[in-house]
Design a protein around this ligand. Structure first.
Ligand code: NAP
Ligand code: F7E
Length: 336
């Protein structure tokens, strides 16, 4: 049985990766942060039928800002694979907490890589790199495209990207960067633009909300479906040689188009409900990210399956269902 350690297991990608690894027979160890309220809701699906957490999923309190917690986990678990998904992952928030973002999204990658070195275990390492590193470099972006980050988050991810490459070259660690473009689902954090839109559409359609306030409607993103993207992470660590890969759909749409399609799913005209406010704009914006994932297709055999319209419809449908369940008093939180 293989053992994996996943940082950020309570996040969108962490939850899908846990499901994938458990289905492949792994013993999975995940890090969670102390929180004053339940923060494991995304892991509820795997526990619902059993009524408790599966035996081969172990959660540990740890924080990427705390070296000791990270080093101790790697030493004690001696994982075959580490997936570093933990991060302060919100681009707009990174302008408000730049130093914290540098620490948790940037420097912490060195903490993990050093812990691997210190443990002497031949662990394979996945780093959650991001299309935000390309920033203002025009699309299409691939593995050879120069980085020009436009936020403290993007800057921190560039640091982690190069730390991963450096430890691969300097110490021979099997360390890979997945340069993932935006990927979404109904488990996406509620303040990222796609989920903010799909939730608002559901609440407006069900009569709970009257308008949706957004920032820059012209930003263009390459939005894929999250469960397919965690499959790519796993594939990277199954290769004999570590390498870096762009994961994307190659299809581009603006925030405006996303809103239009989401409202259309519930037969509403988006222009009647959406207004803009500068408070949701960023000090420096990333105008357009469109990925070229041909290397991943060639080497990993990975390709996206879900179209833009399918993604939008799925997110809106899930949120409509959640609002209805909430209305019917059916949503019960369990801590796993
Ligand atoms: P997410 O939903 O925001 O999850 C982030 C995870 O990191 C959560 O489990 C969070 O814990 C944890 N975390 C935050 N601060 C931490 C700290 N100080 N110590 C330990 N854990 C901490 O992000 P995601 O969408 O799943 O993305 C996963 C990774 O891929 C992130 O590194 C992100 O930057 C990167 N990425 C995401 C995308 C995308 O489109 N989704 C694209 C490219 C790269 P809490 O639940 O307690 O907050
Ligand atoms: O913004 C615009 C905003 O916050 C997308 C993270 O997962 O993907 C994500 O970062 C676009 C931006 O995602 C609102 O200005 C307009 O241009 O959903 P987002 P992001 O910044 O692309 C990358 C790949 C990551 O790595 C990150 O971790 O939408 N936008 N109006 C808005 N954005 C938000 N959040 N809220 C608005 O009201």
């Amino acid at each position: 049985m293989k053992t994996a350690l996943v940082t950020g297991v309570t996040g969108q990608d962490g939850s899908y990766l846990v499901e994938l690894l458990l289905s492949k027979g792994y013993e999975v160890h995940g890090t969670k942060r102390r929180s004053s309220s339940f923060n494991t809701s995304r892991l509820e699906d795997i526990s619902r039928e059993l009524g408790h957490r599966p035996d081969n999923l172990v959660l540990h309190y740890a924080d990427l800002a705390d070296s000791a917690s990270i080093t101790n986990l790697v030493r004690d678990i001696r994982p075959d694979e580490i997936y570093n998904l933990g991060a302060q992952s919100h681009v707009a928030v990174s302008f408000a907490v730049p130093e914290y973002t540098a620490d948790v999204t940037g420097v912490s990658t060195i903490r993990l890589l050093e812990a691997i070195r210190a443990s002497g275990v031949p662990t394979r390492f996945y780093q959650a790199s991001s299309s935000e590193m390309f920033g203002s470099t025009p699309p299409p972006q691939n593995e050879s495209t120069p980085f020009h980050p436009r936020s403290p988050y993007g800057v921190a991810k560039v640091y982690s990207y190069w730390a991963t490459v450096n430890y691969r070259e300097a110490y021979g660690i099997h360390a890979s960067n997945g340069i993932l473009f935006n990927h979404e689902s109904h488990r996406r954090g509620e303040t990222f633009v796609t989920r903010k839109i799909s939730r608002a559409v559901a609440r407006i359609a069900e009569g709970f909300q009257s308008e949706l306030v957004l920032g820059n409607l012209d930003a263009v993103r390459d939005w894929g479906y999250a469960p397919e993207y965690v499959e790519a992470m796993w594939l990277m660590l199954q290769q004999e040689t570590a390498d870096d890969y762009v994961i994307a759909t190659g299809e581009a749409h603006s925030v405006r188009e996303f809103a239009q399609a989401a409202f259309a799913r519930v037969n509403l005209d988006w222009e009647k409900f959406v207004r803009t406010d500068a408070r949701y704009e960023r000090p420096s914006e990333v105008d357009a990210l469109i990925g070229d994932a041909s290397k991943a297709r060639r080497v990993l055999g990975w390709k996206p399956q879900t179209s833009f319209v399918e993604l939008v419809n799925r997110m809106v449908d899930e949120d409509v269902q959640s609002v209805r369940d909430e209305k019917a008093g059916k949503l019960v939180r369990i801590d796993i």
